[in-house]
Write a protein that binds this ligand. Structure first.
Ligand code: GCO
Ligand code: MN
Ligand code: MN
Length: 383
């Protein structure tokens, strides 16, 4: 075992997608800069950097036009690579965005054949992932949106999404797959606007499903931060609702295109609160890095990128421990906690009979400045 205290261990549950470390660096303005790696080579690379698992979209593993026999040999080669390298497949997903057939959406498209094909493709992706014992099935509706709201009423899109989810939950039951579906929100890109823009939107939607216990969320740092939202708050709401089934970690400057940067490389302070939250509440799911290396990198740089994601997570986890043990921080937190006991509502008569001294209550400083600077000292590594 490595003596590096920030070396990843299997119990850290760090996972990467085939599409993340296998990303070849193409963007809307330029071509690929890295050679294509076979899925089995990616598995070896993930084992080398110390990851726990690998996730995939159906077509990351099996090309869309593969024959049944090609599918068979791809699956058995990949299974062998995973077993040989002790890499698990905890999550899988389905590509409902790449093919031209999905140009107007998948589950929400106006053409009923497109919607049916999208559901069929998802069922087949569920079949495929069960061959690897995946337990979480992520659904990201990147094309479920519009450029012009003239093309359909947005509430029709929501109804179609519900119909698809209810159908897929029934399939999950019929096949005894026991998947937990994790819905991933994003405000825009590739569509101008995507219907389920935030994790909170999904949390409300899930409550309207026939089998809501089967469906949760997969919040992504970049997707919340693109809209200037607070990822930790989204995650906290999901956690409190018992719906944090998975998480996509990366980083992102707010208000920009989807950057998928190395975890915590843009907003270490916000990511500190996120990691602290996950560790404090005892989140036991996967820590999945949905990010990719800079376009400047070769596969050596891709390994640096993957190692960096995991290392930053573990450093922030260490900082969270330091925060929780820090004497002065804990004193301030104890004072905050004590305020919580300053009053109990009681019945209506009790509350209505009270005289609150507004000025007295508001006169005492709350020491949040001190608390925050002490946090910064911990983060800067000077305390
Ligand atoms: C994105 C998304 C995707 C999904 C993936 C899993 O912005 O492209 O984050 O990477 O997470 O398709 O469904
Ligand atoms: Mn994303
Ligand atoms: Mn994602």
């Amino acid at each position: 075992m490595s003596s590096d205290r920030y070396a990843p261990r299997p119990e850290d549950k760090f996972t990467f997608g085939l599409w993340t470390v296998g990303n070849r660096g193409a963007d809307p303005f330029g071509a690929q800069v890295r050679e294509k790696l076979q899925p089995t080579e990616i598995v070896r690379m993930l084992a080398e950097v110390g990851a726990y698992g690998v996730n995939f979209h159906d077509n990351d593993l099996v090309p869309i036009d593969a024959t049944a026999s090609e599918r068979g040999s791809i699956v058995s080669d990949f299974k062998k690579a995973c077993d040989d390298n002790n890499i698990k497949v905890p999550m899988a997903t389905v590509n409902l965005f790449y093919e031209p057939i999905f140009r107007d959406g998948a589950f929400t498209a106006n053409d009923a054949r497109v919607r049916a094909y999208a559901i069929q493709k998802t069922m087949r992706a569920m079949d495929l992932a069960k061959e690897f014992d995946a337990e979480i099935f992520v659904l990201w509706g990147g094309r479920e949106g519009a450029e012009t709201d003239g093309c359909r009423r947005p509430d029709e899109g929501i109804k179609r999404l519900r119909e698809a989810l209810n159908y897929l939950c029934e399939y999950n039951i019929k096949c005894n797959y026991n998947y937990k579906f994790a819905m991933e929100a994003k405000p825009n890109e590739p569509r101008a606007d995507i219907y389920m823009a935030t994790t909170a939107a999904y949390l409300a939607f899930i409550e309207t499903l026939d089998h809501k216990e089967m469906v949760g969320v997969n919040p992504e740092v970049a997707h919340e931060q693109m809209s200037g939202l607070n990822m930790t708050h989204a995650v906290a709401q999901a956690w409190e609702a018992g719906k944090l089934f998975h998480i996509d970690l990366n980083d992102q400057y707010p208000g920009r295109y989807d950057q998928d940067l190395r975890f915590a490389s843009v907003s270490p302070r916000q990511m500190f609160w996120l990691v602290k939250f996950l560790e404090d509440v005892g989140y036991s799911g996967m820590r999945h890095f949905d990010a990719h290396a800079y376009r400047t990198e070769d596969y050596g740089g891709v390994k640096d990128f993957a190692r960096g994601c995991m290392r930053s997570y573990l450093i922030l986890k260490d900082k969270a421990k330091r925060f929780n043990e820090h004497k002065e921080i804990q004193q301030i937190l104890a004072e905050i906690e004590a305020m919580n006991d300053n009053f109990h509502l009681g019945d209506f008569d009790n509350l209505l009979a009270q005289n609150f001294d507004r000025n007295e209550i508001a006169s005492k400083g709350l020491k949040y400045e001190r608390l925050d600077q002490l946090t910064m000292d911990v983060l800067f590594g000077v305390d």
